[in-house]
Design a protein around this ligand. Structure first.
Ligand code: UD1
Length: 381
């Protein structure tokens, strides 16, 4: 299609790298495909996450097309990982010549690809911009601040994000409140969620668990699992909680390594704490949906539990997603065992926090994102 010498479609490079990126990108790709006369999405997977359980099942269940380019970088220190991504991403930009690069979230792939794009004068679009924990020990916080500074268009999930960006000197006209695209995926998929006992069976577990009578646990932040003192403290309180209600614990590979290396498996009763490998997206939705409560240090789960109305106890000292606390079901508890127990008891006794679903967490965030991209970058007259 040609309009006044403008030749369409133009290519938008979309980048994913790690598990939490996939559910954010799926609805965007789906929406972009509706405008194939204007835009061709070109999907790059950096390969930051590569295990079948951390990647392939997510692509299949979320209906994400095979990546056009898999950089296959794998794991490494932050420097090695980011450097490898940058080296491998640059020739892709040279070959594809996109009109912009779109990145989501706050993982190493987000900042590494963003930096390469901007150095080549290619506009960067950041989905989930402006979130701040104000904790610079968190690797993701550095990724967020830097990616936002580099971005040409900053799409936010909650209104407080714009205040953070404005304070950092980012011009108001580059910021657009689009809503939460991860909740688009949740709303599209929650009817297909796998039931809890089916999930247990899928992993060869013979126990049965009563719906709404278990806690779901996830743990993978370096501040919780890399520091052995904190990890021991957490495993002890998890064990105590498990005698109040059973716990289902899908274990991230880095957490599995740390628990095994520290010899902590014996701290948990296998009848009370059911440890699973990383589960698929639809299994995780099912585990969240019918949990009595969720204990987590994940960013995504804080938001998903708010959307589902399930009480969430966050095992961190802060959150970059404050709306989950002010409007949602989230309570920030940290890693103090007494506080964790107090909060669990409150949920068991009184049902815990009930919240409301925040503005624009309505399933239409991808529509708003794509419409904004078209109106900014693809003039038709
Ligand atoms: C990354 C993100 C984090 C996100 C998390 C979700 C950064 C800085 N962190 O953390 O924000 O919440 O993903 O999972 O980008 N590993 C495997 N198989 C895999 C991937 C990783 O075994 O497919 C193991 C490796 O030992 C690796 C370790 O997990 O060294 C950590 O992986 P990495 O990608 O560095 O960070 P995550 O902890 O997954």
């Amino acid at each position: 299609m040609t309009t006044n010498n403008l030749v369409y479609p133009k290519t938008l490079i979309c980048v994913v790298g790690a598990r939490p990126n996939f559910m954010k990108m799926a609805p965007i790709i789906r929406e972009l495909k509706k405008f194939n006369n204007l835009i061709t999405p070109y999907l790059v997977h950096t390969g930051q996450h590569y295990d079948q359980a951390m990647k392939d099942t997510f692509f299949q269940q979320l209906g994400i097309p095979e990546p056009d380019n898999d950089l296959g970088v794998g794991s490494g220190s932050h420097a090695v990982q980011a450097a490898n991504i940058m080296l491998k991403f640059e020739p892709v930009l040279d070959e594809i010549k996109p009109f912009a690069v779109l990145v989501v979230g706050d993982v190493n792939s987000t900042i590494a690809c963003g930096l390469v794009a901007v150095k080549k004068q290619i506009p960067l679009i950041h989905v989930e911009a402006g979130l701040r924990s104000y904790d610079r020990e968190m690797p993701e916080e550095i990724n967020r601040i830097l990616t936002d500074q580099l971005s040409d268009l900053l799409l936010t999930t909650e209104r407080s994000a714009a205040d953070n960006l404005l304070k950092e000197g980012i011009a108001a006209e580059r910021i657009q409140f689009a809503g939460n695209v991860m909740i688009d995926s949740l709303l599209t998929n929650c009817k297909q969620a796998v039931s809890i006992n089916q999930t247990l069976q899928n992993y060869g577990c013979t126990q049965t668990i009563v719906e709404s009578n278990y806690a779901l646990l996830t743990l993978h932040r370096p501040s919780n699992v890399d520091d052995s003192e904190t990890l021991v403290r957490l495993m002890e309180v998890i064990s105590d909680v498990s005698f109040k209600l059973p716990i289902i614990f899908p274990v991230h590979p880095r957490t599995q390594q740390k628990i095994s290396a520290a010899g902590l498996l014996t701290k948990l009763s296998p009848e009370r704490v059911i440890m699973l490998p990383p589960v698929s997206y639809l299994e995780m939705l099912g585990l969240m949906q019918s949990a009595k409560l969720v204990l987590t240090d994940s960013g995504g789960l804080q938001e998903e539990t708010t959307a589902l109305g399930v009480p969430c106890i966050t095992l961190r000292e802060n959150t970059e997603r404050p709306i989950t606390v002010t409007e949602g079901t989230n309570t920030i508890v940290g890693t103090d065992p007494d506080k964790i127990m107090e909060c669990v008891d409150e949920v068991l006794l009184n049902g815990g926090k009930s919240g409301r679903v925040p503005e624009y967490w309505d399933g239409d965030a991808a529509k708003r994102i794509v419409s904004e991209i078209i109106s900014r970058y693809l003039p038709t007259e």
